[in-house]
Design a protein around this ligand. Structure first.
Ligand SMILES: *[C@@H]1O[C@H](CO)[C@@H](O)[C@H](O)[C@H]1NC(C)=O
Ligand SMILES: *[C@@H]1O[C@H](CO)[C@@H](O)[C@H](O)[C@H]1NC(C)=O
Ligand SMILES: *[C@@H]1O[C@H](CO)[C@@H](O)[C@H](O)[C@H]1NC(C)=O
Ligand SMILES: *[C@@H]1O[C@H](CO)[C@@H](O)[C@H](O)[C@H]1NC(C)=O
Ligand SMILES: *[C@@H]1O[C@H](CO)[C@@H](O)[C@H](O)[C@H]1NC(C)=O
Ligand SMILES: *[C@@H]1O[C@H](CO)[C@@H](O)[C@H](O)[C@H]1NC(C)=O
Ligand SMILES: *[C@@H]1O[C@H](CO)[C@@H](O)[C@H](O)[C@H]1NC(C)=O
Ligand SMILES: *[C@@H]1O[C@H](CO)[C@@H](O)[C@H](O)[C@H]1NC(C)=O
Length: 318
């Protein structure tokens, strides 16, 4: 290029002349061309102009919001937008500020410098910090029981990064799954953490987006109680001891009853032999006609047969 300029010295002179008067090499820089900020914060853009300029305008999302002149006269549609010189006395750099940024200011931010400068456009990304909540609050579970915790993050933009900690240490990401769904211009995320309860733990769910200084979080306490299997063992022991005792009692009872019955039987036999003896005595006594033995009616079978009472009495009667 310098070779061709050397061969065409007239053109070089023309260029130098135009540059000095600001007619051809008029240009400016807009910085940054990408800006990502959190909802509610302020964002600033610098326009640095090489050369003289008279009027500069700023548009946000296609809407003209600010006009400023090289001597500092300026007007904006609201206090949210304001221009100032980057350093006093130097009119080549204008810093444009948007206060209290919302999603509606997101998108194109265009600076236009009147003359041959044209315009330059930057992109503004606005992020939203939403809420985080571990559903269900504090939990109490048995030792070694499977625990499932659900963390819901609402009203975020873009999709937040969700992570979990226990006792302030990061939880291995293989233990949780996070799904997200659009809710209008926002995102809701649900993260499900599954693990086995070991000991009392403080569990925290964190959600963040890159512009957030510290993540939003929600925490619960996990209380671990001894496993119910210990109780089953205890119950089993109590039950088996109890049934053993019962069995022993039963056996003792049976033996006792058997002994009692045997004693009774011998007593009964004694009684029987005694009765038999008395009976024979009775039968001897019965030959005496005035005697009626105990438990017998006056009419005994012997009356019908032995004395021939039945036909005899009737015969007497007729
Ligand atoms: C601006 O950000 C977008 C997306 O984040 C990226 O594709 C692009 O290259 C960035 N541009 C500059 C100039 O950094
Ligand atoms: C704009 O320029 C000023 C002065 O050089 C500097 O302090 C500031 O950080 C710049 N801002 C941006 C957004 O580049
Ligand atoms: C715009 O005007 C305000 C006061 O109206 C002033 O403080 C500010 O410095 C002006 N901006 C520039 C670029 O001079
Ligand atoms: C920021 O904007 C919101 C609404 O867009 C408003 O409620 C709030 O008061 C503003 N904050 C400041 C500091 O201007
Ligand atoms: C959860 O447990 C902690 C510590 O035991 C306690 O400070 C907190 O109030 C409990 N939260 C709820 C919602 O019960
Ligand atoms: C996370 O768990 C997986 C599988 O259980 C394992 O391979 C990996 O090393 C763990 N990562 C860390 C950082 O502990
Ligand atoms: C996460 O999802 C994958 C696939 O749906 C599944 O295989 C895995 O078990 C899940 N992990 C947890 C901790 O839920
Ligand atoms: C997102 O979360 C909010 C607040 O919890 C809820 O009202 C809304 O229904 C959720 N949206 C979707 C699509 O789940």
């Amino acid at each position: 290029m310098s070779a061709s300029w050397r061969s065409q010295p007239n053109l070089l002179l023309v260029c130098l002349f135009l540059s000095a008067t600001g007619a051809v090499s008029e240009q400016f820089q807009l910085e940054p061309l990408n800006a990502t900020v959190l909802h509610g914060s302020a964002v600033r853009f610098n326009a640095t102009v090489q050369g003289a300029w008279k009027i500069m305008t700023w548009s946000v999302g296609g809407l003209l919001v600010t006009t400023v002149t090289d001597i500092g006269d300026n007007i904006s549609i609201s206090e949210q937008f304001s221009p100032r010189f980057c350093s006093s006395g130097d009119t080549s750099c204008v810093e444009f500020t948007i206060q209290n940024v919302t999603r509606s200011e997101g998108g194109a931010v265009t600076c236009f410098v009147q003359g041959n400068y044209g315009s330059k456009t930057a992109q503004l990304y606005v992020q939203e910090s939403g809420t985080v909540n571990i559903m269900g609050g504090n939990v109490t579970v048995a030792q070694d029981e499977q625990v499932e915790l659900q963390c819901v993050s609402s009203k975020w933009f873009p999709i937040p990064t969700v992570s979990w900690t226990w006792n302030s240490e990061a939880v291995n990401s293989s233990l949780y799954n996070t799904t997200s769904m659009a809710d209008g211009d926002f995102f809701n995320c649900t993260s499900v953490l599954k693990f086995q309860a070991v000991r009392d733990t403080q569990i925290e769910c964190r959600a963040t987006v890159e512009t957030l200084a510290s993540p939003q979080s929600s925490s619960v306490y996990l209380e671990v109680v001894p496993k119910p299997t210990d109780w089953t063992v205890l119950i089993a022991v109590v039950v088996s001891i109890g049934s053993f005792a019962l069995l022993v009692l039963l056996i003792i009872g049976i033996i006792f009853c058997y002994k009692r019955r045997k004693e009774k039987k011998t007593k009964y036999e004694d009684e029987m032999s005694r009765r038999v003896r008395t009976q024979s005595q009775i039968s001897t006594v019965q030959e005496n006609p005035g005697y009626v033995p105990e438990g017998q009616t006056s009419v005994t079978p012997t009356d019908f047969t032995d004395s021939g009472f039945f036909p005899g009495k009737w015969l007497h009667f007729f």
